[in-house]
Design a protein around this ligand. Structure first.
Ligand code: NDP
Length: 235
């Protein structure tokens, strides 16, 4: 594992917390940035990921202590809504958090990664980037944008030694889908649709992201890694 900070947005719970724990277990110096804080692994920083000035100040504060070598753009929000009642404001708000924050944080960390001699940015997308599902037009569009941004930034920053990967989970048991997964009928339906026969755990995404940082493969950039129990192969 490289020396230096790896910043995880939304590292205080769910998938982000599992990523932060796994990275810390591998010896990384981790910092979490979320609105409510309370991260159990690494340095616990708070701000909204859309607050450019606060985010820049956190990066500067960390960089004063040690180089920043990685970023995980994990903070996000899901909202299911029929397209007929989805306002442009709702659409923009989901796009802004799920995709806009990826651009903002990546752009702000770019000079720090340059100073460190390069680095890795892992975006947390979703297998909804390709899957057609009802009432998910804004979320799916945002996650497809994350995949596209991963590929574009990977090209734009390749010569800077900065790599980008998109880790796209399937159904993972977290607060984000607690209500959806509360029904036994839904779980049984999902178990039939997911080839491995169950929903995923946050630790499984954490291990994949941790392994990608640990492996430090300089030729590996721009790719989307699906961690979805094989469900996305049904596209
Ligand atoms: P959770 O709802 O459990 O966690 C969301 C995280 O994002 C929290 O840490 C939250 O912290 C943070 N966050 C949300 N909004 C902001 C904000 N404006 N500023 C800073 N932090 C913010 O969700 P998951 O762990 O499930 O999701 C993590 C990522 O994984 C998301 O991008 C999600 O879209 C993606 N994903 C999840 C799947 C799943 O099945 N669970 C499937 C596919 C993708 P706080 O509220 O304290 O700010």
């Amino acid at each position: 594992m490289r020396e230096g900070w790896i910043v995880v947005t939304g590292g205080n719970r769910g998938i982000g917390a599992a990523i932060a724990r796994d990275l810390e277990g591998r010896g990384a110096r981790v910092a979490s940035i979320s609105r409510s804080g309370g991260a159990s692994a690494g340095r616990d920083l708070t701000c909204d990921v859309l607050d450019e000035a606060a985010l820049a100040a956190h990066f500067a504060e960390l960089a004063a202590e040690a180089p920043i070598v990685g970023l995980v753009n994990n903070a996000g929000r899901h909202q299911s809504q029929p397209s007929t009642t989805l306002s442009l404001g709702d659409f923009q708000s989901l796009m802004e958090l799920n995709a806009g924050s990826v651009l903002l944080a990546s752009r702000l960390v770019h000079p720090h990664l340059l100073r460190a001699g390069g680095g890795l940015i892992v975006n947390i997308g979703s297998f909804f980037d390709k899957l057609g599902t009802g009432e998910n037009v804004a979320y799916s569009a945002a996650k497809a944008a994350v995949g596209a941004m991963t590929r574009c930034l990977a090209v734009e920053w390749a010569h800077d030694g900065i790599r980008l990967l998109n880790v796209a989970p399937g159904y993972i048991e977290t607060d984000l889908n607690r209500d959806f997964l509360a029904s036994e009928r839904t779980r049984a339906w999902l178990a039939r649709r997911i080839p491995v026969g169950r929903v995923g755990q946050a630790e499984e995404v954490g291990r994949l992201v941790g392994a990608v940082f640990d492996a430090d493969v300089a030729f590996f950039t721009g790719a989307t890694l699906y961690v979805d129990g094989g469900q996305g192969m049904n596209h």
